[in-house]
Design a protein around this ligand. Structure first.
Ligand code: SF4
Length: 219
């Protein structure tokens, strides 16, 4: 879509042509209910970016399959949903300069969240809700740079939880989530559920997060 001809840019004086023309690698944009963590049950528009700087063994996202979209195309896609909450996810969304999208969506009253692996520092004021899902259990030598935010969400695979002692201080909500792999058996996944439940009971500073969207069969 050409930004010069766009009728959805609303009050054109608030949109910078440079912002509208910024391109991003986008895997998918979809409207769904957040299935996990502090905002479970709340509808959001998910904007999934391509590319990631890690390669976790349980990753369920094909972040190498994406299309180049301009910010105005992203805007047009998101505006079709009657939902004012966006989650930037990935891949790793913070590999991108999100300020153009921030300006376009904040001008329209959106609430912006992200789900990031924490390896890239997030600029102050960019987002309304920061969820960091560190991967120290796989990458102990990768430094977590974003050490403050709203939600810390860790995939539990039996790691020593003391690795998060300092990091937890920077977050208001701390979640442990069982590692779930579709390719594995019901028994394998069930064991992880049970192990995580036990650990949360013994460590109540953590809350259990379940990927309820997977049970519902939605994205
Ligand atoms: S950090 Fe997230 S998106 Fe990147 S490989 Fe790991 S699970 Fe996948």
């Amino acid at each position: 879509m050409s930004f010069e001809q766009c009728s959805i840019s609303g009050d054109a004086t608030v949109d910078s042509p440079r912002d509208l023309a910024t391109t991003y690698k986008i895997v998918e944009i979809f409207h769904s209910v957040q299935g996990e963590g502090a905002h479970a049950g709340i509808p959001h528009v998910f904007v999934r970016f391509g590319k990631c700087n890690l390669q976790c063994e349980w990753c369920d996202t094909d972040f190498e399959t994406f299309t180049e979209m301009t910010a105005i195309d992203i805007l047009a896609d998101v505006l079709q949903y009657s939902c004012k909450r966006i989650i930037f996810t990935g891949g790793e969304p913070m590999l991108n300069d999100l300020w153009p999208l921030h300006r376009l969506f904040k001008a329209r009253g959106y609430t912006l969240s992200c789900e990031s692996n924490g390896t890239i520092l997030i600029p102050d004021g960019l987002l309304d809700w920061i969820c960091i899902s560190p991967k120290d259990q796989l990458y102990p030598n990768v430094r977590i740079k974003q050490r403050e935010g709203d939600e810390l969400k860790c995939v539990y695979v039996g790691q020593d939880l003391s690795i998060y002692d300092e990091l937890m201080n920077g977050f208001s909500h701390c979640f442990l989530q069982p590692c779930y792999m579709e390719a594995e058996s019901v028994e394998w996944n069930g064991k992880n559920f049970a192990m995580t439940e036990t650990v949360v009971k013994e460590n109540p500073e953590w809350r259990l997060s379940l990927q309820t969207h997977k049970w519902m069969g939605v994205d």
